[in-house]
Structure formats: structure tokens, C-alpha cells
Design a protein around this ligand. Structure first.
Ligand code: IMP
Length: 425
């Protein structure tokens, strides 16, 4: 078995892009399995920053083939923009980008409904989506009225399916949200046109991936978002509409569970979350401000400031359990360099009772508190360190505490955004 799954163990933005980019030189194929252009995977390579939203991060390595799996939802305009951006960096996707026939397509009416539904909530109730049409396109998929990539192969069929859906969405926009209807002819014509961008990449990825596995090729699965944003296991309803967890990796790629032998959980050395919803260790104070500034915590898709807080081991252990994480990649450790004292959440206190279980009902409880252990900070720069032995003892203590609590090895440590600033243990 040669398949590795890279998964976000928190609320997304854990630095998956860098780790996928770092590891994938040893892989033949990288597969994205869920989400869409709501993701933002930032890679810094030779001082150049590249942000990918839809195309797997493996695309930066010219020997790697990249698959957009059946579980992904594709905005054809976002895809085109990304292909153009890569061309400007002299990266050609031709022959290396394969898009599953079974992936679903995001069209302007999904984006209109995403925005309308968010605007209809009060500020506290809104989910804080990225506004990329993710919820509505997955509603169509589950509701069996979605447009699939394979529909693009028959233009007449595609046109009539899109027309039918625009008319349906117009009823919702007008009668439920009291908004102006979309211009049917214009949306249909533009959408059919935009879908042609996907044509050159349409592939039969299910057989391709499985035949490559049987031929001994090394496959990497690249998750987007994070386990705590999973529609089943996350902080529902403040979640995304897909399954970033390891089960979703199988259904969204066609790789059977027994073919995956390594599941790397990417976790920041602290926590962040964009959008609304429970965040037990959030620090709305000077600590949060320092994490935000040192970690440059702004969403790479929307530019929104990320909420920041201490590392939450209750949440991380839950994430390790539901995903079957075999080892941890700990990112942005250098962000903690300046703190006199560092806190780590080890228990929650609900109605005066201590628990180490992550349960959404409990987190929403008004008598909710977090128990932290305090460690003294290392107060020196570890930026760029790439050898474990060169880390100060206090940093090693921090890492070992995480390992002991979670009973999981920290196998990769990232000490700056650059590819080379990485410790592999
Ligand atoms: P949606 O995926 O756009 O529907 O947004 C649902 C929730 O997931 C919101 O809280 C978003 O901020 C969050 N979200 C979606 N994609 C990402 C991501 O790539 N990183 C972090 N949060 C995300």
C-alpha cells in the first residue's frame, strides 16, 4: 500500500498546502477529494507565494499528476483563473490535470443562493461561509438535481439542465429571499460557455486511480478545510457542506479505505477558525492579537481575519480518533516564539464536571469552561530550524506533551512558511 492521506485536524488553514507540497515529490499522483474553491492552500517556494484553491498542491511538481476527484465541487471560472495564474508561474497543467466525470459543477445560482441565505441570517446566526456556493451545490448533489462534469460532454443536455435549475433557483431567490430573479438566458449562456473550460481535463478517474494503485504508484490524498468543519463530525451547523474527514477521502476519490496506509493530521501549534461557530480556546485579547499578527492569520480565500486561540488537545484527540490519524504534522511552531507562557487545553469543564470529550452540545453549554496546562515559553527564534536536535529544550517539551496526550507521533514540524524550514523526524 502506497497511499497517504493529508488531512486538516482542526478548523482548516492548518498549512496543508506546504506539507502536501513538501511530501509530494515522492508521490506520483495527488488527489483532491472534497470542497471547492472555498479552500486556500498557500505554498511558498523560492520566495514566491502561490495560493491554490481548487487544483491539488502537487501541480507545482512537474512529475506529479493531479486529480480533482468526484467529491470536489468545481466552479469553472475559478478553475480557469487558477490555470491562468499557474501559467504565469510557468506551470503547465496540460496532461497533468485530470477532473473526475462525477464531480459537480458550481454555477452562478449556487453563489447567489449562498449569499442570499447568509444575508438572511442575523450576524450571530450566519455561518460565515466563503460565499463560493458550496452549501447550495452540495444540496443539489444530495437532492439529485446537480450538474455533473460528465454533463458537459453533451452541450444540449447541459443547456437544458442548467436552464431548468436557473428557473428553480429563481423561484427561491424571488419568493423566499425577495430578491431579483437571475436573467435565465444570460446565466445559461455564460454557464454553458464557462463549463467548456473543464472539457480538456475530463477523465475517467475512478479506474485511472485504482489501476495506478494496482501498478504500485504512490498516491497522496489532499484534504481541504478541516475535520472540525466536517458536516457530520464538525461543529454543525457552523461547518462546510462536505466531509474533509478520512471517510470523505474514500467516497470523494474512489480509493478504498484498505488502500490508505498513512493518515497525516496537520495541526497548527495553536488554533484558528474563520467564520462563526464554537471555538473553545479562542483568545479575544492580547494573546489572540499576537497569534494573529505573528501567524499572519487572514483567510487566503476571503482575506477575512481568522479567530485565534491556544492549542486544543481535547479537539485534536477527537480529530485523531475520528480520522484514524497515524502521525501529526505540527505547523507554525515559530509563531509561539515570543510568548512568556504558553497554554494548552487539556480538558473542558461542563457544569462543573471535567471531561476530555469533544461534544458540540457541551461546547454550546453556557456553563462551559476550558482547563489549560501552562508551559513556559522558549522566548527565542526557532524560525527556519530544520533539525530536531537544534530546537531548544522547551520546544521539545511542548512537542512531547502533545505526543504524550494524544498518543500520536509528531513526525513533521514546520518552523516557517518556506519548504526548507521543516523538520522530518
Ligand atoms: P463554506 O465552505 O464556504 O460553505 O463555509 C462554511 C464554513 O467553513 C465557514 O465558517 C468558512 O469560513 C469555513 N471554511 C470553508 N473553507 C475553509 C477553508 O479552506 N479554511 C478555513 N475555513 C473554511
Amino acid at each position: 500500500m502506497n497511499t497517504t492521506l493529508i488531512i486538516g485536524a482542526q478548523w482548516g488553514d492548518e498549512g496543508k498546502g506546504k506539507i502536501v507540497d513538501l511530501l509530494c515529490k515522492d508521490f506520483d499522483i495527488v488527489v483532491r477529494y472534497q470542497g471547492g474553491a472555498n479552500a486556500g492552500h498557500t505554498i511558498v517556494c523560492n520566495g514566491k507565494k502561490i495560493v491554490l484553491h481548487l487544483i491539488p498542491s502537487g501541480i507545482l511538481h512537474k512529475n506529479v499528476k493531479c486529480v480533482i476527484g468526484n467529491g470536489v465541487v468545481i466552479d469553472p471560472l475559478a478553475l480557469q483563473t487558477e490555470i491562468e495564474m499557474l501559467k504565469q508561474h510557468e506551470i503547465d497543467v496540460t496532461g497533468r490535470l485530470l477532473i473526475s466525470k462525477n464531480a459537480h459543477i458550481i454555477l452562478p445560482y449556487h453563489i447567489a443562493l449562498d449569499k442570499a441565505s447568509e444575508a438572511n441570517y442575523s450576524k450571530e446566526e450566519s455561518i460565515g461561509t466563503t460565499g463560493r456556493g458550496i452549501g447550495p451545490v452540495y444540496m443539489d448533489k444530495i437532492g439529485r438535481m446537480g450538474i455533473k462534469v460528465l454533463d458537459i460532454l453533451n452541450k444540449e443536455n447541459l443547456t437544458s439542465k442548467i436552464r431548468k435549475n436557473v428557473i428553480y433557483y429563481n423561484k427561491i431567490l424571488k419568493h423566499i429571499y425577495n430578491l431579483e430573479e437571475l436573467n435565465v438566458d444570460e446565466i445559461v449562456a455564460n454557464s454553458v460557455n464557462a463549463c467548456q473550460n473543464i472539457l480538456p481535463y475530463i477523465s475517467e478517474t475512478t479506474y485511472f486511480i485504482n489501476e495506478e494503485i494496482n501498478a504500485g504508484k504512490k498516491i497522496m490524498l489532499e484534504g481541504a478545510q478541516g475535520a472540525l468543519l466536517d458536516v457530520d463530525f464538525g461543529t454543525y451547523p457552523y461547518v462546510t457542506s462536505s466531509n474533509p474527514t478520512s471517510g470523505g477521502a474514500c467516497t470523494g476519490s474512489s480509493i478504498p479505505p484498505n488502500q490508505i496506509n498513512r493518515i497525516v493530521g496537520i495541526t497548527k501549534s495553536y488554533c484558528t477558525r474563520v467564520g462563526n461557530g464554537p471555538f473553545p480556546t479562542e483568545q479575544i485579547n492580547e494573546v489572540g492579537a499576537v497569534l494573529s499578527k505573528r501567524g499572519n492569520e487572514f483567510g487566503s480565500t476571503t482575506g477575512r481575519p481568522r479567530r485565534c486561540g491556544w492549542l486544543d488537545l481535547v479537539a485534536l484527540k477527537y480529530s485523531i480518533m475520528i480520522n484514524g490519524i497515524t502521525d501529526i504534522a505540527l505547523t507554525k511552531l515559530d509563531v509561539l516564539d515570543e510568548f512568556d507562557e504558553i497554554n494548552i487545553a487539556t480538558n473542558y469543564i461542563i457544569n462543573g464536571k471535567q471531561t476530555s470529550q469533544f461534544s458540540l452540545n457541551d461546547i454550546n453549554n453556557s456553563n462551559f469552561d476550558v482547563e489549560y496546562i501552562k508551559m513556559s515559553g522558549w522566548k527565542c527564534s526557532i524560525e527556519g530550524i530544520s533539525n530536531y536536535n537544534d530546537l531548544p529544550d522547551k520546544v521539545k517539551e511542548y512537542i512531547e506533551f502533545i505526543e504524550n496526550y494524544t498518543k500520536t507521533n509528531v513526525s513533521i514540524i514546520s518552523t516557517s512558511p518556506d519548504r526548507n524550514s521543516t523538520i522530518i523526524r
